[in-house]
Design a binder for this molecule. Sequence first.
Ligand SMILES: *[C@@H]1O[C@H](CO)[C@@H](O)[C@H](O)[C@H]1NC(C)=O
Ligand SMILES: *[C@@H]1O[C@H](CO)[C@@H](O)[C@H](O)[C@H]1NC(C)=O
Ligand SMILES: *[C@@H]1O[C@H](CO)[C@@H](O)[C@H](O)[C@H]1NC(C)=O
Ligand SMILES: *[C@@H]1O[C@H](CO)[C@@H](O)[C@H](O)[C@H]1NC(C)=O
Ligand SMILES: *[C@@H]1O[C@H](CO)[C@@H](O)[C@H](O)[C@H]1NC(C)=O
Ligand SMILES: *[C@@H]1O[C@H](CO)[C@@H](O)[C@H](O)[C@H]1NC(C)=O
Ligand SMILES: *[C@@H]1O[C@H](CO)[C@@H](O)[C@H](O)[C@H]1NC(C)=O
Length: 780
Amino acid sequence: MNKISILLSLFLLPLLASSAQKQVYIVRFGEDGGGEKVLHEIEDTHHSYLQSLKESEEEARASLVYSYKHSINGFAAMLTPDQASKLSELEEVASVYKSEPGKYSAHTTRSWQFVGLEETHKKKMSGDGDDDDDDDMLVKASYGKDVIVGVLDSGAWPESKSFSDEGMGPVPKSWKGICQTGVDDYNGFHCNKKIIGARYYLKGYEQYYGHLNVSEDCPSPRDLDGHGTHTASTVAGRRVPEASALGGFARGTASGGAPLARLAIYKACWAIPNATKADGNTCFEADMLAAMDDAIADGVHVMSISIGSTRTIPFTQDGIAMGALNAVKNNVVVACSAGNSGPTPGTLSNTAPWIITVSASSVDRAFFAPLLLGNGQEFLGQTVTPYKLEKMHPLVYAEDVVVPGVAKNVSSQCLLGSLSPEKVKGKIVMCMRGLGMRVEKGQEVKRAGGVGFVLGNSPANGNELACDAHLLPATAVGYDDAVKILKYIKSTKNPMAFIKQARTTLNYQPAPFMAAFTSRGPNVLDPNILKPDITAPGLNILAAWSAASSPSKLLEDKRSVDYNIDSGTSMACPHVAAAAALLKAIHPNWSSAAIRSALMTTAWMKNNEGLPISESNGNLGTPFTYGSGHFRPIKAMDPGLVYDASYNDYLLYLCSTSNGLNDTNLTFKCPKVIPSAANLNYPSLAIPNLNGTVIVKRTVTNVGSSSKSAYFFTAKPPLGVSVKATPNLLFFNRVGQKKSFTITVRARRGKHQKNVYGFGWYTWTDGHYYVRSPMAVSLA
Ligand SMILES: *[C@@H]1O[C@H](CO)[C@@H](O)[C@H](O)[C@H]1NC(C)=O
Ligand SMILES: *[C@@H]1O[C@H](CO)[C@@H](O)[C@H](O)[C@H]1NC(C)=O
Ligand SMILES: *[C@@H]1O[C@H](CO)[C@@H](O)[C@H](O)[C@H]1NC(C)=O
Ligand SMILES: *[C@@H]1O[C@H](CO)[C@@H](O)[C@H](O)[C@H]1NC(C)=O
Ligand SMILES: *[C@@H]1O[C@H](CO)[C@@H](O)[C@H](O)[C@H]1NC(C)=O
Ligand SMILES: *[C@@H]1O[C@H](CO)[C@@H](O)[C@H](O)[C@H]1NC(C)=O
Ligand SMILES: *[C@@H]1O[C@H](CO)[C@@H](O)[C@H](O)[C@H]1NC(C)=O
């Protein structure tokens, strides 16, 4: 059926008189459905589909929430389930699905819920901390001055010093975006030569929640939360000397990774009604797709998206994945956070192979606030709380000072309202992690009249420390220390303690280690693609903050700070987006796949003690937490070889995926012979359930400094398998030349554990360049 006859038959359908509640649906046409239409024609087409379902033209217009032109070929509309199902029957409609509220949120879940150790800023661009190299790269990239990074988040605080445009050159000519002023209590949003564009997206949110409550957020690109300001300044904040959080912590120069890159702010994440800021925010899919739509048309080069879902969503029903696919089609590099659902395996979000999926790890900075006990014992706690004690105070364990009626199993948790003011007044209280937010526990101790707060890890947290900005003198200790402190409390009549003033320590070892919260592989959507791709700093990161939000985001917290420390894969993602921006500046011709390949194959798996990167509990890290390793932007400038891939390769990949993501919902003409998913030219390799032998194909492109070169293959195979390349020598005689090879992975005979992943790597090297790929293999 051609399109006209479909439309006619639609018009002839009986008018739908369903009284069912209308909700926002995302309607997506196939990849080839949009054609090369003029933009207003696309919108007209979307209207005509709706008109066919609705009683009047007016109703049709009112039901269209967004008409997308670049992020996907489709639209968002208010539909009844009947109307949705009618649309989905059309041949050219690839998918129609209800966009559930609460599907996406920023990846600093409840901001202070997790753990940490240190942060980097000065060193963020350099894995090995050599500032000269750092500057060299920045100079080569002109600090990213012509590169535009779009940040999808909760907006930005434009008055921050990090967004000053002092001394910056004119806005790049390629820029086609706008600056929406919006309405807020601060004279509206304003752009400059640093933040060159800003927009906000509320329609999806308001369709669900009704009008934005202006006591909770503002209809403006302005950030009232802090998250968006933090991520944007991490990508491209100016160098601000003497920046520090909370009166002295992490003092030093705050700088984004690409300090002269331009920022385009797309606010698509909003306050959750009737919740506190500490509960995080929510990002509606319809709004995010509209933001990505504009970002692509505006001409951003890189997108930084620290947003994701805690659910596993098939690519074709994941707005971020589909929007990113079209971004990549337009040669935009997309970096996304991997999620904060670790340490449980199989918890990754944003795993589409055209996205750079970023996990979070620590840096070499610590904030020590030792706890001194009455018996002279001292424990090396950590905090970013700026308050201090003058003398020793009685120390009590929460369980011993709760009000009557608090259940035994939660009495150590200092949940809101659980502590007895009579028993707590004037004392230091030790509470355990587990239920509830950490900052709320400190708040409860303060409410009950406590003078100090010790936060003890649960066994699950191990010895990875939580650094928070509490409202009273505080420190956090690991599980082993908590047990010892408890023993002291039980062993003496008048337990006493003193929390020493916190101070910042640099060059902490080991660093990096993987954050416990970072989401982990395997990639459950497609175990043939190894994810995450790479790790970057995401623990206790110092960056700019919204002046309209407090550092703890608690309602009771009246402090306002210019810089704040925050943790999450949300903080890691903009580090990689910054590195991608610098690579884009140095290599404007590289595809998004080439940029990712350069970052991945040059990443490093060792820490600052020269040992393999570990998990926070001391176990050996694996590619399921760090991907190819910790990013090293300086090395990535000059990787030798890259594994390139095109938009068309990703479509072929989608044809091949066996998990229901095939052509049915893509309406892309898949070829008769579909290449295997494992053959996507990815810079890493994952093989689930290997039985016998698997042969995969890869192609590398010579981007090295010399045209003539010879690379040979080395591998460290996972346990129980052998790995070989054919050919195992690659000769290049010009830059840009491509060479293909196959990798044969064979299960060795003998006993092995079924379905347990083993890890290894393979490398192409000419003696100068080392092009390393991680691999993960499980045996059937
Ligand atoms: C394909 O689309 C249909 C309807 O639009 C939906 O019910 C189904 O779940 C989709 N399948 C996948 C794998 O996304
Ligand atoms: C708007 O937000 C304020 C502050 O959270 C709240 O007190 C008020 O009830 C909200 N109003 C509505 C109509 O939701
Ligand atoms: C928030 O609370 C107010 C007052 O209780 C209520 O009127 C409003 O409907 C609530 N808003 C939402 C979106 O739940
Ligand atoms: C504590 O115990 C109560 C009942 O004894 C139970 O309902 C609740 O789920 C328990 N809470 C936790 C966190 O284990
Ligand atoms: C880079 O792109 C420019 C413009 O598209 C083109 O002229 C040039 O040949 C390209 N360079 C390489 C090395 O591909
Ligand atoms: C696509 O997926 C559906 C359902 O998962 C399956 O029935 C169909 O055979 C698949 N088609 C191809 C071409 O793989
Ligand atoms: C592995 O392959 C062989 C030969 O095809 C087959 O007999 C065997 O059942 C397979 N083993 C598993 C665990 O799938």
